[in-house]
Design a binder for this molecule. Structure first.
Ligand code: HEC
Length: 101
C-alpha cells in the first residue's frame, strides 16, 4: 500500500518539472519519516518538536547535514539524518520550506 502511494507520487513527479518532482519525493519522505514527530500539516506552535513548515530551505538543509555528520548533537536527529542521502535532504528541505506554517 505504501509502495503504491510512493510509486504514484514518483510517476506524478516525473511528469512535473524537476523542482516539483523533488517536492513530491520530499513529501513522501516527510510523510513516511519526519511527520511522526514534526507533523505533516504543522500543528507546530504547540508541538514538542521544532516546526519545519515554511522554514528557510537552506537552514533546514544545513541543520540536517549537521545532524548527519554529528556536528549538531541530538540523539534522535543524529539517528534519523544518518540514513538520509543528499537528495533526501534537499527534497525534504524544499518540501518543508514550501509548506505553509
Ligand atoms: C523521533 C522524532 C523525530 C523524527 C522522526 C524526526 N525528527 Fe527532526 N527533530 C526531532 C527533535 C527532538 C529535534 C530537536 C533536536 C535538537 O535539540 O537539536 C528535531 C530537530 C530537527 C531540525 C532542526 C530544527 C531547528 O529548528 O533547528 C530539523 C531541520 C529536523 N528535525 C528535520 C527532520 C526531518 C527532515 C525529519 C525526517 C527525515 C525528521 N526531522 C524526523 C525529532 C524528530
Amino acid at each position: 500500500m505504501k509502495l503504491t502511494i510512493l510509486s504514484g507520487l514518483l510517476i506524478l513527479g516525473a511528469v512535473q518539472s524537476v523542482n516539483a518532482a523533488s517536492i513530491y519525493a520530499g513529501e513522501a519522505k516527510a510523510a513516511a519519516v519526519c511527520s511522526q514527530c514534526h507533523g505533516i500539516r504543522m500543528p507546530s506552535a504547540d508541538a514538542p518538536f521544532p516546526p519545519l513548515a515554511g522554514r528557510d530551505a537552506d537552514y533546514l538543509k544545513t541543520a540536517l547535514k549537521q545532524y548527519r555528520d554529528k556536528t549538531r548533537k541530538s540523539d534522535i536527529m543524529n539517528a534519523i539524518a544518518g540514513s538520509l542521502s543528499d537528495d533526501d535532504i534537499s527534497n525534504v528541505a524544499m518540501y518543508y520550506a514550501k509548506l505553509k506554517p
